[in-house]
Design a protein around this ligand. Structure first.
Ligand SMILES: Nc1ncnc2c1ncn2[C@@H]1O[C@H](COP(=O)(O)OP(=O)(O)OP(=O)(O)O)[C@@H](O)[C@H]1O
Length: 344
C-alpha cells in the first residue's frame, strides 16, 4: 500500500527455542522475517504447516511461548514491543491490538452470555455504563451480521452455530475498534460457505474501522480473495513478499509457484492445498543446518548456488521481494514447474 505509514513494522525477527539434551543449543523457528502492515490493509501470512505463521502472530501480540527467545524489532505505531513485559501490552490488547483465533470457544466463556462478554470487553477499555455497553454489544453483533442481535445477545456461546460463534469473536475483537487485528486461521473450523462469509466480513471491517489486518492462512485462494499483500513463508523464512496480484499472477519463487500449482482448478472457494510439491518441509534442525536455500531439496529448479548459499531478498519489481537464486527462471505458469495438484 502506498502513502500510509506502517501501523506495524517487523524487522529481522528471529524466534528460537532451546534444543538438545542440555537445552543450551537453540534452533530457530523464524529467521530474519521483516514486513509491515499499514492502516486499512490486509496482509496475509501464508505457508505450509510449521512455517512459523502462528508463532509470528503470537510474538507480535506479546503471547510468545515462554521458552521462545526472540530478537529483531516489532514496532507498533513506532513503539518497540519486542521484549516488552506483559504490562507493556496491557494498554494495547483489545483497544489497539486484537486477536481472532482459530477456535472461537478458546476465547468465549461458556458461562456468560455473548452479550455480557461483549459488554465486558467494552467496559474493560471505556468508562461507560451498563446500558451503553450493552447497546454497543448489540450493535457489534448486528455489524457482523447476526440477525435479531438484541435477542441473540442474551444467548450463551453453545446456543450459537460455529459460524455465529466466529462472528461473535470477530465482534469481540473489533468492538473497541482496534488499530490492528491479527486473525490466525480464523475460519479453519467452519464450513466452506460460512468460511467465505466470515472472511469477507473480516476484510470488510477494515474498511469500516480502518484497522489493519494480519491474516494467517495456509490457503492461497483465501489470500487471492481477501488480502492486499502477501508474505510467503517457508520453514521460518520469507520466500516472497509483495502485492497479492503481482505475487500470485507472476510468482518469482518456485515455492510460491508450487503453492499455486496446489490449488485445485475450478474450485475457487474453500479450497485446500493439495500436495503438488513433493516431499515435506525440513525439521527446525535441518533448516538451521542447511548451508543454502532451505527449499532446495524440494525445488525442481535447484542448482549449485541454491545448495551452498542462502538467497538474500531481492526486489523483483516495485514492492515485490523474492529470496531465490533462480527467480528469473520460474515459468509464468506455475503448473509447468510442478504439475497440477490432483484432488483426492
Ligand atoms: N513452544 C514451542 N517449542 C518448540 N517449538 C515450537 C513451539 N511453538 C512452535 N514451535 C515450532 O515452531 C515452528 C513453527 O510453528 P507454527 O505453529 O508457527 O507453524 P504454523 O506455520 O503456524 O503451522 P500451522 O499452520 O500448522 O499452525 C514449528 O516447527 C513448531 O514446531
Amino acid at each position: 500500500m502506498t502513502g500510509r505509514p506502517p501501523l506495524l513494522s517487523v524487522a529481522d525477527l528471529r524466534v528460537a527455542f532451546p534444543d538438545g539434551p542440555t537445552g543450551r543449543d537453540v534452533v530457530h523457528a523464524v529467521r530474519d522475517v521483516s514486513f509491515d502492515v499499514s492502516e486499512g490493509e490486509v496482509l496475509a501470512l501464508v505457508g505450509e504447516s510449521g512455517a512459523g505463521k502462528s508463532l509470528i502472530a503470537r510474538v507480535l501480540l506479546g503471547m510468545a511461548p515462554p521458552t521462545a527467545r526472540t530478537s529483531g524489532r516489532v514496532r507498533f505505531r513506532g513503539r518497540e514491543l519486542l521484549g516488552a513485559a506483559r504490562s507493556g501490552y496491557a494498554g494495547l490488547w483489545g483497544r489497539h491490538l486484537a486477536l481472532v483465533p482459530q477456535d472461537a470457544l478458546s476465547v468465549l466463556s461458556p458461562v456468560h452470555t455473548v452479550g455480557d462478554q461483549l459488554a465486558a470487553a467494552v467496559r474493560s477499555v471505556r468508562r461507560v455504563g451498563r446500558a451503553e455497553a450493552r447497546a454497543a454489544a448489540v450493535a457489534a453483533l448486528d455489524r457482523v451480521g447476526i440477525a435479531d442481535a438484541a435477542r441473540r445477545a442474551g444467548a450463551y456461546p453453545h446456543e450459537f452455530s460455529g459460524g455465529m460463534r466466529q462472528r461473535a469473536v470477530i465482534a469481540m475483537a473489533t468492538i473497541n475498534e482496534p488499530d490492528l487485528v491479527v486473525a490466525d486461521e480464523p475460519t479453519t473450523a467452519l464450513d466452506p460457505d460460512v468460511r467465505e462469509q466470515v472472511l469477507g466480513l473480516l476484510a470488510a471491517l477494515r474498511e469500516t474501522t480502518g484497522a489493519g489486518l494480519l491474516l494467517v492462512t495456509h490457503d492461497l485462494d483465501v489470500v487471492a480473495r481477501h488480502a492486499d499483500r502477501v508474505l510467503v513463508l517457508y520453514a521460518g523464512e520469507v520466500v516472497e513478499y509483495g502485492p497479492v496480484k503481482r505475487v500470485l499472477e507472476r510468482p518469482r519463487a518456485p515455492y510460491t509457484a508450487g503453492l499455486l500449482a496446489s490449488l485445485p482448478p475450478g474450485e475457487p472457494t474453500g479450497s485446500r492445498l493439495l500436495p503438488a510439491i513433493d516431499g515435506s518441509p525440513p525439521s527446525l534442525r535441518e533448516a538451521a543446518s542447511a548451508p543454502g536455500c532451505v527449499f532446495a531439496p524440494r525445488c525442481p529448479l535447484a542448482a549449485d548456488p541454491c545448495r551452498t548459499r542462502r538467497p538474500a531478498p531481492v526486489e523483483a519489481a516495485a514492492g515485490h521481494l523474492v529470496s531465490c537464486h533462480r527467480r528469473a527462471d520460474v515459468p509464468e505458469v506455475p503448473t509447468q514447474l510442478f504439475g497440477a495438484g490432483e484432488a483426492g
